[in-house]
Ligand binder design. Sequence first.
Ligand code: 5AD
Ligand code: SF4
Length: 441
Amino acid sequence: MGEKGGRYHLLTFGCQMNKYDSEKIEGLLAREGMTATAIPEEADLILLNTCSIRDKAEHKVFSKLGILSAAKRADQLIAVGGCMASLRKEDIFRRAPMVDVVFGPDAIERLPKMVGDFRASRTRQIDVAFDDAAAWDRPEGGARESDVVAWVGIMKGCDNRCSYCVVPDTRGPEVSRPADSILAEVEGLAAKGYKGINLLGQNVNSYGKGLAESIDFPGLLRMVDKVEGVERIRFMTSHPKDLNDGLIASMVECKKAAPSFHLPLQAGSDRILGLMRRGYTAAGYLEKIRRLRAAAPHITVSADIMVGFPGETEDEFLDTIRVMEEVRFDSLFLFNYSPRPGTPSAEWQDVVPRAVSQERFDRAMLLQRKIVAQNNALLVGTVQQVLCEGAAQRPGAVFGRTPGNHLVVFEGYPSLAGRTLPVTITSFSGYNLAGTMVCGE
Ligand code: 5AD
Ligand code: SF4
């Protein structure tokens, strides 16, 4: 990067995949001798790792870019990476002329060079090409969000063409990471004392496709399950059409696989699911949940749901409500549909007015709050094995997660991080639980 050192300010928007990429960016910049600063005015390099999944996500980035641009010093550099880089490409320079570097998710490795090239030539740099061979390895000593639970990328991109989704355009085609590279990262993390491993990909169930070796996701799960020191494994995201008995069997067999499952539903109407090109029906989805619960009775289930998809009628929205009532999701991510450029559904004319979509959103949210309160009330008084992740915001308190992935805050010292402790659940607020460590610990 030319001269060594300097300070960077990194802002991350969007999903876990972006957070994972940001950790890699931080590792690469540390290798260049750069250090992080929370104050943008102090930074030599400002980076935004961006998200395009909904219109609101892009708005947030452009408004932040406006603020940063107004305060930009002549010797400061602004770089925009992530999904908006892939989707908007050169347009970012037009809409935010103070931006100097645009780098897609597969160009992260080349970011230090791009910054150096900009400094040397003062010409804008852009690299948004997809690269099947983009490196999976991460620099030693790279930042991690937690010292206890780590995310590990196992595949990237997506070959499903849901009619509403930009991800195939922002992250490119599916590419699986070789199993030995995954295993090396997991073993390295376990050696450093990590207890929780979250396997990450846009579509983890199709792991293995295209690799020279013969391996699938259940096979990978079994491999990670054998790594000494690892105590809890989670994975996301799964596609309902690919959830089969083989995967369920491997989850039951792998003792470290945590009993929680994220299975995006999107909608409860078969007509809407067809228009979304999801490849399953509501009955098919419910049958998979039934099989999952039959095999693992204590498993918690979370999902993503969208309301206001083009043409969604009141009755079709009520189909979604019915599925919510039947499954009683332990946790739910609810979204208003947002048309995305380049996707088929963005061209459809039967738009649901925003006010109607928002009203459906509010009704679904109300129902979900009721379900969560009822589910969480059942947990009060139970003892949960909580993997402590570190200090909570409240002084004297720590936080961790139950096997079912509920967040629990309880009194304790930060030195408990990494330990799995019995905690009696005493109360809850929304999704979060509060508890007390069982005496004797
Ligand atoms: N509008 C609203 N929500 C969307 N999602 C994906 N694309 C869109 C869109 N165009 C939601 C889906 C997905 C989650 C990550 O984001 O529910 O599962
Ligand atoms: Fe993540 Fe999708 Fe947003 Fe990209 S567009 S950051 S993959 S949620």
